[in-house]
Design a binder for this molecule. Structure first.
Ligand SMILES: [Zn+2]
Length: 279
């Protein structure tokens, strides 16, 4: 690595709120990204001198991008998000939902529970879940991930709201009998993003609110997809194209329609967020 590169990595952030946790967090992420884009080999990672980056950034890079394992001391693990345990122990799902009806009222048939053993894996079989759940893959996956990431208690999400919301999403995804952009696709994308969050370790760099935003957005991202393109909407002058003035017609619809859904009190999973969090 050239001296110029080292200098670039060592440049301190000039963010005015450097003392705030969020700012520090973002600065770390930015610096890590800069560093990774500049490094050519794994060896170079270990040759970086102590004054070029903070210890925690170095540790994170080491653990995440190399095969080296770090042993955490008990006092260190306390700083990590609590979801680490739930996410990495897929057996917890089996334990929690072994009974046909969970305490929440959402029944977990044994076939469904069985498919969730692989929920933390890249090779998770979304079609098997869809079959086992009789077409309710999205509802079950949302329930499991919201539980695993501890979002239900973190954001005081009423479970009945989550179930109603997920059920409404499934109906919307199936509205146009779309053979691809349907509820199974939403489940697939959400579970895939979950494995990326988990196996890259990047989830430790997001706040709980950001995790909520990610799982929420992957779940809803193609809601009521018509199975046609934006261009089709524009040239056929569809209602949605007229409403959104030809701009990102479907994307505007997916998001807007979901926010209409959660206007309904029974489905408002964001009901207990603060105004700032909601924004
Ligand atoms: Zn999609």
């Amino acid at each position: 690595m050239t001296q110029d590169k080292r200098k670039k990595i060592g440049v301190r952030t000039t963010c005015s709120a450097a003392k705030s946790k969020t700012c520090e967090h973002r600065a770390k992420k930015k610096r890590s990204a800069t560093l990774l884009s500049l490094l050519d080999t794994e060896d170079e990672l270990f040759n970086i001198t102590g004054d070029s980056m903070s210890i925690d950034v170095r540790e994170w890079l080491t653990v995440t991008f190399t095969r080296r394992k770090k042993q955490y001391k008990p006092e260190e693990t306390a700083n990590f998000r609590t979801i680490e345990y739930a996410v990495q122990t897929s057996a917890s799902v089996e334990r929690a939902f072994r009974t046909p009806t969970s305490p929440t009222g959402l029944a977990f048939p044994s076939e469904v529970t069985e498919t969730f053993k692989d929920v933390d894996k890249w090779e998770f079989d979304v079609f098997a879940l869809n079959e086992a759940s009789q077409g309710h893959s999205l509802k079950y996956l949302m329930f499991v991930l919201f539980s695993k990431y501890n979002l239900l208690s973190q954001f005081k999400i009423p479970i009945t709201c989550l179930i109603s919301f997920a059920s409404a999403l499934e109906l919307g995804y199936n509205k146009y009998q779309n053979p691809y952009h349907n509820a199974v696709h939403a489940t697939d994308v959400t579970q895939t993003v979950h494995t990326i969050l988990l196996h890259t370790g990047i989830m430790h760099w997001f706040t709980d609110l950001e995790i909520l935003a990610i799982i929420f957005s992957t779940s809803i991202h193609d809601y009521e997809h018509t199975g046609t393109t934006n261009h089709f909407h524009v040239v056929t002058r569809s209602e949605a194209a007229l409403l959104y003035n030809d701009n990102s017609v479907l994307e505007n619809h997916h998001v807007s329609a979901v926010y209409h859904l959660i206007q309904n009190e029974e489905m408002n999973i964001l009901v207990n967020l603060t105004t700032d969090e909601w924004r």
